[in-house]
Structures are given as C-alpha cells and as structure tokens.
Design a protein around this ligand. Structure first.
Ligand SMILES: [Zn+2]
Length: 54
C-alpha cells in the first residue's frame, strides 16, 4: 500500500499518514486548510512524502 505522509519540518514530526487510495491531492490540500492549518499558518514547512508499505 502507498501512503502520503504529511511531515512538518519545523516540528520534526509526522502529522498524519494517508492512504493514497482514499486521499487524492484535493483531499490532502483540504487537510492542510483544516487539520494541519495550525502549522501552515505559522509558516511551518509542511511536506508530503510518499511512502510504500506492504
Ligand atoms: Zn509544525
């Protein structure tokens, strides 16, 4: 399975992992505006990594 991992470089922590089957780019950007907006608003560098897990 493939996941998108949302990681904050400033807080040095993973904010969430999302199965790409259920979370397309639109849904991820939606999360940036809602769930993870605290980091974005503070100007943190939030990055998306693709990870594979079996
Ligand atoms: Zn942060």
């Amino acid at each position: 399975m493939e996941f998108k991992e949302v990681y904050c470089a400033n807080c040095k922590k993973t904010l969430g992992r999302y199965n790409i089957k259920f979370y397309d780019d639109d849904k991820i950007s939606e999360l940036f505006k809602t769930t993870h907006s605290v980091h974005v608003r503070q100007g943190h560098e939030v990055i998306i990594k693709k990870i594979k897990k079996n």
